[in-house]
Design a protein around this ligand. Structure first.
Ligand SMILES: Nc1ncnc2c1ncn2[C@@H]1O[C@H](COP(=O)(O)OP(=O)(O)OP(=O)(O)O)[C@@H](O)[C@H]1O
Length: 360
């Protein structure tokens, strides 16, 4: 396998919590707290998790919109300034970073707030070209081509303003703008969650077609497992700033190995049938405060599996922070390979649990 397009190593983004007149630092919100992954060219990795688990912070830190507290981001094997070996992000100066800024673009969640209402569609899509001094000779013609590529009508939409467009059309404008500099990697932050259900399928189909035609690589951020299922090749499940499971789409979604993944999925309707309410795993309470994550496994206070462990094993969940370790498809530890990784000390089979649902 060739080198990954993007590698993220132990990335952290902590926001200081300050209080008092002197605004002294009292602690830190650990929004992203030691995340690592590789992204191969042409693949889609989805990051899924509940609201507040750190997905958007991860996306923004990876793309350089936010400054990492620690860790490293490598693009085609080269570390970026602003991550561990490069110093402060404000000085994005090196050649790698200039290239990175062109080759990595973001599609934002809300096409209603991210398009400049005072600019025409043609100007919005051309803006990255203007900033980078690109295609001065035939900018308008190229922008018209881009509009066609994303399913808009250049004759109708080039001179239109955002308020004249539907939500789906606005998101198509956002995608055209992101494509203008011919990037390799698109970071898609909840690309359809602000849209009506009826237009979501069209946008997801467009993203799939663009990937097939242009060989694009996607980092998809979503809280919606049904969206992830339609687009992703691999899935990372995020909880309280950490990845708890990472693996191929089918492995993770059809046979989750981490109890949090099980709980997250048990509330999601399958394609044909809604889940039987009695089969759901109920996640008690809400996620803990990310400025004071629980000791040991961060999921342990809400874990349905832990309730079924004997005292000695249950104490391990509180005492030890499990690392993401390699497992085989059945969730058992294995020596090496590039399969799925899971951060949990236990597998139900290993502790004699066959029915993981704690209802009875
Ligand atoms: N600028 C900031 N200052 C302080 N805390 C922040 C800041 N941005 C995010 N946070 C906190 O970091 C944690 C992760 O937030 P983030 O927005 O990344 O989560 P998310 O999974 O994308 O959630 P959502 O889908 O609701 O946006 C949250 O507890 C949030 O309150």
């Amino acid at each position: 396998m060739s080198d990954p397009l993007l590698s993220v190593r132990d990335l952290k983004r902590h926001y200081p919590v300050r209080s008092g007149i002197l605004k002294r630092k009292r602690g830190a919100v650990r929004a992203v707290d030691g995340v690592s992954f590789d992204l191969q060219a042409g693949e889609t990795l989805a990051v899924v998790g509940e609201s507040g688990c750190g997905k958007s912070t991860l996306a923004e830190t990876v793309i350089g919109l936010d400054e990492p507290t620690a860790g490293e981001v490598l693009f085609e094997g080269e570390p970026l300034a602003g991550t561990q070996s490069g110093g402060v992000l404000g000085s994005l100066a090196g050649g790698v970073d200039k290239a990175f800024r062109r080759r990595v673009q973001m599609v934002f969640q809300d096409p209603f707030s991210t398009l400049n209402e005072r600019m025409s569609v043609g100007r919005i899509v051309a803006e990255p070209l203007v900033i980078h001094g690109e295609r001065e000779d035939d900018r308008a013609g190229y922008v018209r081509e881009l509009l066609e590529t994303v399913g808009l009508d250049p004759d109708r939409h080039y001179d239109a303003f955002p308020h004249e467009l539907s939500g789906g059309q606005r998101q198509r404008v956002g995608i055209a703008r992101a494509l203008a500099l011919e990037p390799d990697l698109l970071v898609l932050d909840e690309p359809v969650s602000a849209l009506d259900v009826s237009v979501r399928a069209g946008i997801l189909e467009l993203l799939r077609d663009l990937q097939a035609e242009r060989g694009l690589t996607y980092l998809l951020i979503s809280h919606d497992v049904s969206v992830v299922r339609q687009v992703a090749d691999r899935v990372a499940v995020m909880y309280l700033g950490e990845f708890v499971e990472l693996g191929d789409l089918g492995d993770v979604l059809d046979d989750p190995a981490h109890p949090y993944t099980e709980a997250l999925l048990s509330s999601v309707p399958r394609v044909c049938a809604a889940p039987d309410p009695d089969d759901r795993i109920r996640l008690p309470g809400s996620p803990p405060d990310p400025s004071e994550p629980p000791a040991g496994c961060r999921f342990h206070p809400r874990c349905h599996l832990r309730e079924r462990l004997d005292d000695e094993d249950a104490a391990r969940c509180v005492a030890e922070d499990p690392a993401l370790t390699e497992r085989d498809a059945g969730g058992e530890p294995r020596p090496g390979g590039d399969g799925r990784t899971v951060a949990c000390h236990f597998r139900p089979a290993a502790v004699g649990i066959t029915d993981r649902n704690p209802r009875e």
